[in-house]
Design a protein. Sequence first.
Length: 457
Amino acid sequence: MRAPLEDSDTADGSGLRRVALTWVNHAGATLVKVVPMHAFRRSVTEGVGFSPVSDAFRTDGAIASGHRLAVPDGDLRLRADPASLAPLEPATGWGWAAGDRWQRDDVPYAADQRLFCRAQSQRLAAAGLSLSAGFELEWMLAEPGADGSCRPTVAGGPYGGDRLVNGLDYASALLDALEDADLPWLQFHPEYGASQFELSLAPAAALEAADRLVRARLVIQRVSERIGAHCSFSPKPCLDGVGNGGHLHFSVQRNGTPLLEGGGGEAGLTAEGASILAAVLDELPGLMALTAPSAVSYLRLVPGTWAAPFQVWGVENREAALRLIPAAADHAPAHAEIKVVDLMANPYLVLGALQAVVGGALQPLRQLPAPVHGDPERDPNARQLRLPRSLEESSAAFAASTVLVQAMGESLHGSLLDSMAAELQRSAGRTPAQLVQGLRWWPLVGGAPAPVRQSGG
């Protein structure tokens, strides 16, 4: 991340001329206001206006009737976080910064997602704990068909070198753009699905990890359109194809000492590390209302597809919802992966909620059940531990979670329940095919995109 600006408009030498200030609403959409670089300092101290109604937007962009925030009154100030200032597309003068929403009377907005994530990081720090995280992004590169379908753009097999070669210009442009945007990444590769790719972002502190995800989605979307295609982050862009995940990797430290390794427990877990995994596992049904926030999300989470829809954990088990990756020869620290996450999730809510769970996991210590080996669907005991099959089930668990109610407060928790109810109302009576069609081109809102003309830039 770049340092805050000095008195000069471009004191950091960036050459940025305009800055996109973003925040992510309850529906997972990235919303934006753009300011000229010379006004960036003012956007830090005074902010720019944004109506609270934006959190009442549904996944299709409509304002949800009956939502507590679906009112014309009031205004908030979206204040740029100067520590987050970073390039977005520096060749054209574009920068990016994350925004936090404040009341006009200089009071933090109680339902702001990023401020919630920040507060939970501070709560952990006060207890000597810290959480590092990194997201995996999966997306499909496609073009819209005349019938509204999606046509894969890059040919080649699962994880195939043939697909990489066929899409090498795209891969080169994307990885160059990520580096230009100062977005550190660990690996990129073709995924299993047709014209599907995956990018793993480098781990960072929770707030920065969420910021990186937001910026990476924008960069991927931009580069995809530059080559004349569209990227779909939808959990299920095609009903008969594999879905897109947004898996979350995390590790926890106490005063700099990792808790998921170096102990005498299973795969090197410490007693505190095992308690953390037990707490996450216990809260997973309610967390899923945040990690899998749309009706389409649950079309992806089916057994036998490596989508891990069972409330179990395992060591390097990709069909377990919570997967432990021990420290190994690559010298990467031990970490856990939550697999029931997709990219329609608001990353600030997900990481804020995860930190709240971790913060309450150690007093008293919890007992972690035995790990599951192999496919849980084939295990008679594990098969009974099916995670929520629908947003209706996960939102009920979210409503009942004492941990999340207390961490979020009524303003945030209650308005999220309204948004979940709005998504249930939007999807009621629709067939799986209709649900997939409606969100096929996420993050584009409002239906199928127009064909994109390839540019030379």
